[in-house]
Design a protein around this ligand. Sequence first.
Ligand SMILES: O=C(O)Cc1cc(O)ccc1O
Ligand SMILES: [Fe+2]
Length: 450
Amino acid sequence: MNVQKPSGSSRTSANTYAVDGYMSGFGNGFETEALPGALPIGRNSPQKCAYGLYAEQMSGSPFTAPRVTNERSWLYRIRPTIAHWQHFKKADNGLWRTAPCKEVDVPIGPLRWDPTPVPDKKLNFVEGIHTMATSGDAAAQTGMGTHIYVATRSMQDEYLANCDGEMLIVPEMNCLRIATEYGVIDIEPGEIAVIPRGIKMRVELPEGVARGYICENYGGALTIPERGPIGANCMSNPRDFLTPVAAYEDVDTPSRMTVKWGGQLWSAEFKHSPLDVVAWHGNYYPYKYDLRRYSPVGPVLFDHADPSIFTVLTSPSETPGTANIDFVIFSDRWLVGEDTFRPPWYHLNVMSEFMGLVYGVYDAKTGGGFQPGGASLHNTMLPHGPDKDAFLRGSNEEMKPHKIEGTMAFLFETRFMQNVTKYALEVGLIQDDYKRYGKDLPKFFDPSKP
Ligand SMILES: O=C(O)Cc1cc(O)ccc1O
Ligand SMILES: [Fe+2]
């Protein structure tokens, strides 16, 4: 690892504190420096920056966005980004697709995939991205891409910057070390990382291989949902979001950067690491979150509430309550409802639902088939619900408090219809019988038994 260790001099704002190389809080203004005095005080753009650094602003929102959604950071770096931005050539997109992308007819039924096998081939994080579905339009900054990554080698002197979207990364098999311009993020299954649009990163695999899911958010930045009557606490609490302290690389070695821009991968070679930010301040930055810190709130007497109660992060659209994306989890919790069918109900939803499983068993699909590393898609207005096994359990179980334990399923839900890719449809991982699981549900109707 050639990352400069964060020095003890990292400054944090008054309302934040550093935890093992991270600063805590959501949307806070942070400031951090890996060399003492690297951050200018009381100004952004002094005539000359300390240590001969360049100042560069990175704006994640329009300059004039309302304060609550206004995002930008100031970076003090060895070279400005434009110094790396030369001789870009079109690169192979591999299996990474970007909306709009209508390659095949989208099946009008439930879809489910087996876990993506880990190949023998050496693939880094970028090469290992397999797009399952896309929605909206990346250039119009709406919708999302859903991907499964399967990587078998660390990126070495290789970097990625995704200008098309913010990347929400959900590891399922093994941990990731994500070295970014802003500092280093380590995540393991059960945690997530969010890398906002345009931030340069290198993904390393401490365990040699890794698999997981990515939601590429083309729309408004992910944020903590409003809690309404729930009040100031529970669900995702701001203090559990962690942002790395500054850590820079002053490394002169042949390097390759891949930029995703306009739905195309581009690559350029240069002779130094672009992760050269010695200090930064602002509120546009990458972060991580431990999903096990999510404090679920649910019905405490009867009925099954809408899954929106389990929203960890949301990407709002211009229409109130109509998310570009909701990231929702189904994690450990007590089910206590009296006289209640406790598993998810049968339903049709104008929002479309892409699901994955990090570990354990999902309570709507206890009949096997929905496996960690696998995925399902219940597209706009397509009917779905518990499989036969889950229905029989749910309608016959004793109504005593029951704890769902050792599970982490999630939903990438979007207001848009999702276009599955040709790859996803033809790769041979689709469970053919899943489209018929509704047929297994028996008729119980008996007009003589109210
Ligand atoms: O379809 C699913 O499995 C996700 C889901 C879960 C739930 O508890 C209620 C609605 C819903 O869409
Ligand atoms: Fe659903």
